[in-house]
Design a protein around this ligand. Structure first.
Ligand code: GRG
Length: 310
């Protein structure tokens, strides 16, 4: 069985290694960046990126030089999205991961800027891997340059206007009328979940596999796996927002209700939402079996996701 707690600590060490050195030269920005990233978190996207690399490649030196910085970068992007999601103009939340949100601690402007800086720094980190590639023995270096740029391209697109940000936009403009046609609302809601949540899971999985040299066919399968676990994850996030406690989640619960959001829970009910999440995880498991390599980690991860409490 996987020990996600231990894996998260390993990722925290990688994050420490790749965060910019703290300096007051630019005011509080580096401190606010570290605060936003190191506050805690399950580190699932970084873990998935490294594990998808391992499905296709067992060269630990290459993993350290390519997968580790990309794993840090995907967490920087995830942290930026949370920092911006918490802003007064978005969900206006004061607590995240058990501590004050970045804007609540450093002020609104610094919340915006810390998020922006993390997004840019994520790409700086990904492209910094190119500097060391010539040191890897026995590899055709042009192929590795190509893998790095393709992996960064996948992350850019999945996090961008037609990916995670697009999902956030759909979230903001989502119909507020609870009497609208429920089947149409459900389709729209799942599309929004796919965009805002599945996309970063898909990005993590496909970037890790691309760095490892996976085939297009296997990338498509991983993408489908990420799509389904991402949907299940967001459905469960909505369920937890109704049923968990502040201590479990580290943030104020009932945030969706406070913001008058239509969620899968108030649309189809908590039991049907749980069933839908299970369906998506079963679909993910089916796809997983068609992938090569040792899939034990991802089987365990799917199992963990089916009963997560935080
Ligand atoms: C550009 C102003 C501006 C805003 C963009 C992109 C964006 C804001 C927000 C992304 C949408 C978002 C926050 C989706 C929620 C995804 C989700 C369920 C996050 C929680 O993930 P966990 O549980 O968090 O993995 P931890 O804390 O464990 O890392």
């Amino acid at each position: 069985m996987i020990d996600l707690h231990a894996r998260a600590s390993e990722i925290n060490n990688i994050l420490q290694e790749y965060l910019p050195e703290e300096t007051k030269e630019f005011g509080d920005i580096t401190e606010a960046m570290s605060y936003s990233v190191l506050a805690g978190g399950k580190r699932l996207r970084a873990i998935m990126l490294i594990e998808s690399f391992r499905l296709f490649n067992n060269d630990r030196e290459m993993e350290k030089m390519l997968a580790n910085p990309f794993a840090a970068a995907i967490e920087f992007i995830h942290a930026y999205s949370l920092v911006h999601d918490d802003l007064p103009s978005m969900d206006n939340d004061m607590y995240r991961r058990g501590i004050l949100t970045t804007h609540a601690k450093y002020g609104h402007a610094m919340g915006v800027l810390a998020g922006d800086a993390l997004l840019n720094y994520a790409f700086e980190t990904m492209f910094s891997t190119m500097k060391g590639l010539e040191k890897l023995r026995g590899e055709v270096v042009p192929e590795l340059y190509s893998r790095v740029s393709r992996a960064a391209g996948i992350i850019a697109a999945r996090a961008g206007y037609s990916g995670m940000i697009g999902g956030q936009v759909l979230d903001i403009v989502f119909p507020k009328d609870p009497n609208a046609d429920k089947s149409i609302l459900k389709i729209k809601l799942l599309k929004m979940y796919e965009l805002k949540t599945s996309n970063l899971f898909r990005a993590a999985l496909c970037a890790g596999a691309t760095l490892a040299g996976a085939s297009e066919d296997d990338l498509k399968k991983l993408d489908t796996f990420g799509y389904n676990i991402g949907l299940a994850f967001q459905i469960d996030d909505d369920i937890l927002d109704e049923t968990a406690t502040f201590e479990q989640l580290g943030k104020d619960i009932g945030s969706d209700r406070k913001n008058n959001k239509i969620t899968i829970c108030n649309l189809i009910g908590i039991d049907a939402a749980k069933e839908l999440s299970r369906e998506k995880l079963n679909l993910a498991l089916e796809t997983l079996e068609s992938l090569p390599g040792n899939k034990e980690f991802f089987r365990d991860l799917t199992d963990y996701l089916s009963g997560r409490k935080q």
